[in-house]
Design a protein around this ligand. Sequence first.
Ligand SMILES: *Cc1c(COP(=O)(O)O)cnc(C)c1O
Length: 422
Amino acid sequence: MPETAPITVPGPISPPHRLLMGPGPVDAYPSVLSAMSARLVGQYDPFMTRSMVETQELYRHVWGTTAEASVLVDGTSRAGIEAAITSLVRPGERVLVPIFGRFGHLLAEIAERAMAEVHTIEVPWGQVVTPSAIEEAVVRVRPTLLALVQGDTSTTMLQPLDEIGDICERHGVLFYTDATASLGGNPFEFDAWGLDAATAGLQKCLGGPSGSSPTVLSDRAVAVVRSRARIEAGIREAGDPVAGDFVRSNYFDLGMILDYWGPRRLNHHTEATSMLYAARECARLIALEGRAAVIARHVRAGEAMLAGVRALGLTVFGDVAHKMSNVVAVKIPDGVPGDVARAAMLEDFGIEIGTSFGPLHGRVWRIGTMGYNARRDAVLATLAALEQVLARFGHPVRAGAAHEAAADHYRGSAVDGREATA
Ligand SMILES: *Cc1c(COP(=O)(O)O)cnc(C)c1O
């Protein structure tokens, strides 16, 4: 054997204790971490198939749908986004993307890479798009697909989706949403809102690690995906090398992924078994606690955090009426060095909060209350630490005010006469 350079072998992985109160990723539920360390089974073991079927059903519940096509796309949230867009759109077809934050730009970029003709409308960061502006653009652009983010963590805004499905229906447009940041912590009704496709990730309100993208398609969207597959087969049979009229990606071909998850279990990729276990546990916890109860817990934590940061004298960014329940953006006060203060939160208290992107970088901090961390103790600990750090950098705070405001909110939001415990 050839000589290799000596290697210093690092110790086994041993992460520090952190409380992840940024815009995601957040701490996973303990039982999700346990699920990930469960024994592996083979790709076609009956247990694997059973676990996949259970996971499909659990996610139908999370999405609010009876649609058959509920699957996981292996990969982070953008794996689901790429699979949905590249499988629903043919090169040259028009895609409309209303943009109200960073992730709208991502949807537009992915649609462009899928060689769609991409049209965008934009509103300033901190606002959402009105249904009438969307309808006006739909009429003007006549897209095949409307791609719209539900919750954009870059701005914390929650785009209302409930009136958009009717608009798409009226104009024969497929309706896709990226619900990565919002699913589980804010209302989501796939069927009632007339959606054709939706994708998410685990690392926000679902309380898991990133690496699996729950994805759902309406029957209408499945028919479109299938028609793409037929075109591809036709091209292959005819030996016609015409490029461009079918899904180029193998990994993100939803037709193949549906066949893999379907009753025939046709081979595609090797299921990411530990991620399947994690995704199953995330959805199982939601079903166990109750979909509405989980959302209410996020609302409670988000409102308590909002009351707390306001009591610290911080100004909240954006249209608060349209804020997601699970994340708040606050303006960094004049004179406070944003990144140094964030580093102090991490080093002194082990608490991570986020900054933002693009026009908001260095101007706001984003504080999340998601999944496992949508809890009273996590909210109160974060506010207590923030108070100390702000005081140290000379921002005037009244000692105890934030704690009082947030704790008061929890006391006032008892549910059904019971004191809220989460
Ligand atoms: C956080 C987030 C993502 C993350 O995508 P990854 O591929 O998991 O990094 C995608 N979309 C939205 C709207 C998000 O908020």
